[in-house]
Design a protein around this ligand. Structure first.
Ligand SMILES: CC(C)(COP(=O)(O)OP(=O)(O)OC[C@H]1O[C@@H](n2cnc3c(N)ncnc32)[C@H](O)[C@@H]1OP(=O)(O)O)[C@@H](O)C(=O)NCCC(=O)NCCS
Length: 147
């Protein structure tokens, strides 16, 4: 199997991340958005690459020791082989380095794959935001992990 490498996002990754975002999330962020994130010291993007091609990413922000996950997504054809785990490991390493005390996220209540991934990493449900998501409308499960 081809080697999977995790690295911090580079400027040259922006177009590929926008394409992953389009396929996985319907295009929340454009390449320009990823470039803007790169300019800011509070945003972090870890990218999974196979043969130099980006196949997934995790994005998060850290402010005053608190982290919020923005997105984690893997191209459909590369799911189920451990890339989600590798990206979560990379984020946790960064949070330990940054001395973060907690990390929060929101996830569609029906997204059992992502919820299973987060539970595996010690996230606990903390509440529900009613009708948080649109198209289709769905509640968000709020989850947190305390270090
Ligand atoms: C959720 C997602 C990131 C998981 O990535 P992945 O690379 O397929 O995950 P991995 O192969 O590393 O598996 C990691 C864990 O995720 C969970 N998981 C992955 N696929 C699963 C499945 N089909 N059913 C249930 N749990 C699953 C398991 O807990 C798994 O743990 P394991 O390795 O001990 O089995 C991926 O499915 C994805 O990109 N989904 C669409 C985007 C999305 O929903 N993002 C979350 C937004 S909040």
């Amino acid at each position: 199997m081809a080697e999977i490498k995790i690295s911090l996002m580079l400027k040259s990754d922006a177009c590929q991340l926008a394409e992953i975002d389009r396929v996985v999330f319907g295009g929340t962020f454009k390449a320009e958005d990823f470039l803007n994130y790169l300019e800011s010291p509070i945003y972090y993007f870890n990218v999974a690459k196979i043969d130099e091609k980006a196949v997934g990413y995790i994005g998060y922000m850290i402010i005053a020791g608190e982290c919020d996950i923005i997105n984690v997504g893997i191209l459909p054809e590369h799911r189920g082989i451990g890339i989600g785990n590798m990206l979560m490991d990379a984020m946790i390493d960064e949070l330990v380095k940054s001395k973060a005390t907690c990390v929060h996220l929101e996830v569609r209540k029906s997204n059992y794959r992502a919820i299973s991934l987060y539970e595996k990493y010690g996230f606990k449900a903390t509440g529900v935001s009613k009708n948080h998501y649109k198209e289709p409308t769905e509640d968000a499960l709020r989850m947190s992990k305390i270090f």
